[in-house]
Design a protein around this ligand. Structure first.
Ligand SMILES: [Fe+2]
Length: 310
């Protein structure tokens, strides 16, 4: 596999690769065409709206929450039920009633800007050259929980919609997964590496002139996997921003700052490594008349499973 940049070129203390689908041996144009054609069929992500609404309520009620921290717990419990569709905003009637008309309008105006689907796999290394190097089994998705403190609003678990079989059965998508598994196995130090769990996610983010879109609203972070492909860009339409940044934890030392173009992606060590990542918000290109733009990516979380037993 060829790379645009490796950790050696970038002076990074852990595996960090900038790649293009073409360079790693995949039919880039064909893949982009196929995956873009599927993105219009993705459904809007309700979780995104629900999280934004509750986050806004916390902002509005910040003063009260400082005095009565129990309100925060109440809102987090609400979000859990709201995600699971056991609750609706009407259950917060007592809070919303006291908000100003402008605040109520802002709450109303929160619209979905993300489409997201996931697919999970178990992978076992076979080293069979004729038949790909991996045995792959698709598994039901596990609740997605960000690796943040339990009091953090983002720690509430979500279950995302599953990716269509047409996508995960596509030969090139399968080869992409296998290549990234090869790469993780290759760079992985220490025991294990022949057995992995992978989570493939597709994320489509729209930005409009009013509110820029972002897929890392939390800022600099780690995803909690052993290795990740933070993004492989499928398309960028009429946007500026969406610049990927890989740095140390404090952000003082940057190893990579790059605006991924369609077909380009970043593979890197994640949890327990000295590498943290972030992406800048996107917004519509102000030099055009169009009011919106979008960025569409394919990401991958890779967990090495047999670390202890191997
Ligand atoms: Fe991330």
């Amino acid at each position: 596999m060829k790379f645009i940049k490796t950790e050696k070129d970038l002076g990074a203390p852990a595996p960090l690769r900038l790649f293009s689908l073409e360079d790693i041996g995949l039919p880039q144009k064909e893949m982009i065409h196929f995956l873009s054609s599927m993105s219009v069929k993705l459904e809007w992500d309700d979780y995104d709206v629900k999280l934004a609404q509750v986050r806004y309520l916390m902002e509005v009620e910040a003063e009260k929450i400082r005095k009565y921290p129990a309100i925060r717990t109440l809102l987090m419990n609400f979000l859990n039920d709201y995600y699971a569709e056991r609750s609706s905003l009407e259950d917060l009637h007592d809070i919303i009633l006291w908000m100003s008309p402008e605040q109520q309008q802002t709450l109303e105006a929160i619209k979905p800007r993300r489409k997201r689907t996931v697919a999970e796999f178990e992978m076992a290394y076979t080293g069979d050259i004729n038949d790909g190097n991996w045995y792959i089994r698709r598994t039901p998705p596990e609740p997605f929980q960000q690796g943040v403190e339990s009091g953090d609003i983002r720690s509430v678990a979500r279950i995302f919609k599953e990716m269509r079989r047409t996508v995960t059965d596509d030969q090139n998508v399968v080869r992409f997964i296998e290549k990234m598994a090869d790469l993780a196995r290759d760079v992985h130090q220490g025991p294990g590496g022949d057995f992995m769990r992978m989570s493939l996610h597709r994320m489509y983010v729209e930005g409009d002139v009013i509110r820029p879109g972002s897929n890392a609203t939390e800022g600099r972070h780690q995803d909690g996997a052993d290795y990740i492909v933070s993004a492989t860009v499928i398309s960028r339409y009429n946007v500026i921003g969406g610049e990927s940044v890989v740095s140390n934890k404090s952000g003082e030392t940057e190893y990579l700052r790059h605006t991924l173009q369609p077909g380009q992606g970043i593979f890197q060590a994640d949890s327990g490594s000295p590498l943290w990542h972030d992406v800048t918000p996107i917004q519509p290109d102000p030099t055009t008349e169009k009011k919106m733009g979008f960025r569409d990516i394919l990401g991958l979380d890779i967990y090495i499973l047999d670390k202890e037993t191997a």
